[in-house]
Design a protein around this ligand. Structure first.
Ligand code: FES
Length: 155
């Protein structure tokens, strides 16, 4: 069975008919061509697919698209105020400055999770940031620099 859903992604409204089992991650990547959100585990364990739904962090691989009627979704593509070629979001700039990635696969999820962490106010200390970012795995082990980038942006 399939269903229709109307939702806003990065400020743009979409009405789409999708199979009821389609995840938000597959909707973003396969229906809307937004491939910034990554599929790591597809099971809620790695955080590579993190996006904001109504301002809250979610694992988009575990979120059913048909349940998002009226939702506002923000992906890494919608973060930079200047669009694709423009100015970076402060956390994106901090990731570059702190060299907070190696392979980069987890980076979109780390950045979306970091933005959520800052908005939620969980940035009182490096330990607190680490705790609230613990759902985002980095196989290259860039955690120290990721935490530094979030700290720098929260200041
Ligand atoms: Fe969603 Fe790993 S792909 S948590």
């Amino acid at each position: 069975p399939s269903g229709r859903v109307s939702l806003t992604v990065n400020g743009k409204r979409h009405t789409i008919t999708v199979d009821n089992r389609t995840s938000l991650l597959d909707l973003l990547r396969e229906h809307l061509g937004l491939t910034g959100s990554k599929k790591g585990c597809n099971a809620g364990a790695c955080g590579a697919c993190t996006v904001l739904v109504d301002g809250r962090r979610v694992n988009s691989c575990l979120t059913l698209a048909v349940r998002l009627e009226g939702a506002e979704v923000t992906t890494v593509e919608g973060l930079a105020p200047g669009g694709e070629d423009g100015e970076l979001h402060p956390l994106q700039a901090a990731f570059v400055e702190q060299d907070a990635f190696q392979c980069g696969y987890c980076t979109p999820g780390q950045i979306m999770s970091g933005v959520g962490c800052i908005q939620e106010g969980h940035t009182g200390s490096a330990e607190e940031i680490r705790e609230w970012m613990s759902g985002n795995i980095c196989r290259c082990g860039c955690y120290v620099k990721i935490v530094r980038a979030v700290e720098q942006t929260a200041r």
